[in-house]
Design a protein around this ligand. Structure first.
Ligand code: ADP
Ligand code: MG
Length: 475
């Protein structure tokens, strides 16, 4: 490959990014590489089959068009998987869709050919000793945002697979901090995967795996337990970081290998990446890392808002009087921490409060009820111009007066206050502040700051005034 090829490739990537946006680009194209070109064909590669099939079915033309813009002689893009373990010859791959909740619901119904009902799902699941599934944790209620697009698409793909389909990435390993939707996503997968009654998806917490296994050993039917596990098509294990004990781990390792080698799908969630599961054997860790490892980031404000909207709407179905005004949802989304559980907690408190008091939900009530869930705000960045403007208004002088060399008392005090605020509310240095106040010397600024510091200790009216100014500036 020449450096010209590489330059061209960089420009193609820029084009692509500009067309699809940063988020989409980061999700699907960040790991795409140029392998070379031959005649009219440009050769690209990605690390997983999943990315390949996704890009092929959703972005093939886009990618080609971006290339053609740089090199009109190209008429074909060949996309391959770098160093992938290929288990079966690639049959036709079914594509999942990132869809809105409504579309998703329809899609699942269609996929199930109307055959599925909730009853048989849980019966099959329970018979295998699966952990209980929460009916609220489904794809319909899972809100997609920038932090979970890839994890969601991968889970969806697994859920929609059919018996005998090629397994595209194995295991699928999803990791994220507490309350960021791992369990929700895995249970959605289990519900949807079992909906077709064609495959068995077993959802187990690591604890359940441990206790199931230990119990089976005690009952001397470990074999039966293993056999039962091996009859399932998709094994989903949640909270793998809790897997403990040497014999359990050895069994986990066997089960994992047996399932993967048999072409069964394994899906795992944990609170850390495979490499950080210190208690696990190195070989298990590398096996875990060998499939698709996806991280879900923290819930951004937009995603928090969407989750809250869904939650509030769901709560209203059971409690018709429970109306949460949009500004309240916005307030919670803005202030409550990144953790999905706290969002749920915040809404539950509003619900409890409105039920118990019979009062409508207001912003004031929300502020009171969720106070302890509020994350400390990053202090707002205050600008020196704002300080000058607010101080000038407060003391009824002009901004020009503050910057001037006038030394009358009605200008000197406000100027000192403004300098003091500039020092305490911004990270600007004394010389910088001096420059911004009509080119004064830094010693002048220092003098002003000291002066006001001293006065605030003795003059409570001035102290109040300064508090007020600070609040105005930081709001
Ligand atoms: P984890 O298993 O990662 O600790 P959970 O799946 O239990 O987190 O999520 C915590 C809470 O946040 C649950 O109530 C869950 O429904 C909610 N939640 C998290 N992410 C989402 C999302 N993307 N859409 C809807 N709800 C979510
Ligand atoms: Mg969980």
């Amino acid at each position: 490959m020449t450096s010209m090829d590489l330059d061209r490739w960089t420009r193609v990537k820029d084009r692509l990014r500009a067309e699809v946006g940063d988020d989409v680009y980061a999700s699907w194209f960040a790991r795409m590489e140029l392998d070379g070109s031959e005649g009219d064909t440009v050769k690209l590669s990605v690390p997983t089959r999943f990315l390949k099939s996704w890009i092929q079915s959703h972005y093939a033309e886009r990618v080609l068009a971006c290339w053609q813009a740089e090199q009109p002689t190209f008429s074909r893009v060949e996309l391959t998987v770098r160093s992938a373990v290929i288990r079966t010859l690639a049959p036709k791959i079914k594509q999942p869709e990132c869809s809105s909740p409504q579309r998703e619901m329809r899609e699942i119904k269609l996929n199930g050919d109307g055959r599925h009902t909730v009853g048989p799902i849980s019966a099959a699941h329970d018979a295998l000793g699966g952990s209980p599934l929460d009916p609220r944790l489904t794809f319909e209620t899972f809100v997609i945002g920038r932090s979970n697009t890839l994890a969601h698409a991968a889970a969806k793909q697994v859920a929609q697979g059919r018996r005998g389909d090629m397994v595209m990435f194995n295991p699928l390993y999803i990791h994220a901090g507490v309350g960021l939707g791992k369990t929700h996503l895995l249970q959605s997968l289990a519900w949807a995967g079992n909906a077709s009654a064609e495959r068995k998806v077993l959802y187990l917490t690591a604890e359940k795996f441990m206790y199931g296994f230990v119990a089976a050993l005690r009952a001397q039917n470990a074999l039966a337990f293993k056999e039962a596990l091996r009859t399932i098509d998709v094994l989903v294990i949640d909270d793998l970081q809790f897997l403990q004990g040497r014999s359990t781990q050895a069994e986990f390792c066997h089960t994992l290998n047996a399932l993967i080698d048999a072409g069964r799908q394994v899906v795992i969630a944990a609170d850390r990446p495979p490499s950080d599961l210190e208690s696990l054997d190195e070989r298990v860790r590398s096996r875990l890392a060998g499939g698709l490892v996806v991280e879900m980031g923290s819930l951004g404000e937009e995603l928090r808002f969407e989750i809250l909207k869904c939650r509030a709407a769901a709560a209203k179905q059971h409690h018709p009087g429970f109306d949460v005004p949009m500004p309240v949802l916005e307030f919670i989304a803005k202030t409550v921490t990144h953790n999905g559980r706290d969002l749920e907690g915040a809404l539950n408190r509003l619900l409890a409060h409105s039920k118990l008091t019979g009062q409508p939900v207001t912003l004031e009530m929300a502020e009171r009820e969720v106070r302890d869930l509020i994350r400390p705000q990053d202090p707002k960045r205050v600008k020196i111009e704002d300080i000058q403007r607010v101080v000038a208004r407060q003391y009824n002088v002009s901004r020009a007066d503050l910057l001037s060399s006038r030394r009358t008392a009605n200008v000197v005090r406000p100027r000192q206050v403004a300098m003091y605020l500039a020092k305490t509310l911004t990270l600007r240095s004394l010389p910088e502040i001096g420059r911004r106040f009509g080119g004064r010397d830094h010693t002048t600024v220092l003098h002003a700051v000291r002066k006001i510091e001293n006065l605030v200790n003795t003059d409570s009216a001035l102290a109040d005034e300064i508090d007020l100014l600070k609040r105005q500036l930081q709001e």
